[in-house]
Ligand binder design. Structure first.
Ligand code: SF4
Ligand code: SF4
Length: 201
């Protein structure tokens, strides 16, 4: 008897489970689709601005960048993805100055940790959200980020604001300390001694 009831309870349990699964399938069949049909939707594809695709060094219209060749990004990169090559030049004032010669970045080595961007004191590098970087030869992933003939952008120094004079109240002068009594002279001493002598007599 118990085996018959177990049979029917198992049967109805299976039917209930099947209907629950069919209900989910039916619901999803009519809900809005979120799957991206890439690459068919390449023209309309939206990539988040914060997506780290590849490292770049922005240049302005004058082919100038902000990299001072300090090498901090290279030191902070955990796997040797960046190579900063610097050279010395002479300024108009005759001083020696280190400038960037070549900046190499190996996309095939990069883990996209962003440490280089965070540690750069000049905001000279940033990540682009491009992502179609598939190539047939791994060596082509090694890129030079500074343009040919580019140079360091001179920083425009803002004139320092002149501080307004601070009005100070005239402080009352502290009272002069009482004058120290001058030591008695030898003649004064002898006069005092004579007075004492006379009083005794
Ligand atoms: S993102 Fe990380 S791994 Fe890639 S270059 Fe920068 S520091 Fe190196
Ligand atoms: S990118 Fe930034 S941290 Fe790296 S060498 Fe240039 S200025 Fe220094």
């Amino acid at each position: 008897m118990s085996s018959v009831s177990e049979y029917f309870s198992g049967l109805f349990g299976g039917i209930k489970s099947l209907l629950t699964g069919m209900g989910v399938t039916w619901k999803e069949l009519w809900s809005k689709k979120v799957t991206q049909q890439y690459p068919e939707n390449r023209d309309t594809l939206v990539i988040s601005d914060r997506f780290r695709g590849e490292l770049t060094m922005p240049h302005d219209n004058n082919n100038e960048h902000a990299c001072t060749a300090c090498g901090i990004c290279q030191i902070n990169c955990p796997n040797g993805t960046i190579t900063v090559v610097s050279k010395m030049m002479e300024t108009d004032e005759g001083k020696k100055k280190k400038i960037l010669d070549e900046y190499f970045y190996d996309l095939g080595m990069c883990t996209f940790c962003n440490l280089c961007v965070i540690s750069c004191p000049s905001d000279a590098i940033k990540f682009d959200n491009t992502f179609e970087n598939a190539v047939f030869t791994r060596s082509t992933l090694k890129q030079r980020l500074n343009n040919e003939g580019s140079k360091l952008r001179e920083k425009k120094r803002e004139p320092k604001p002149v501080a307004a004079p601070v009005a100070t109240e005239a402080k009352p002068k502290p009272a002069a300390p009482a004058e120290a009594k001058a030591p008695a002279t030898a003649s004064e001493d002898s006069a005092v001694k004579e007075d004492i002598k006379e009083n005794k007599e």
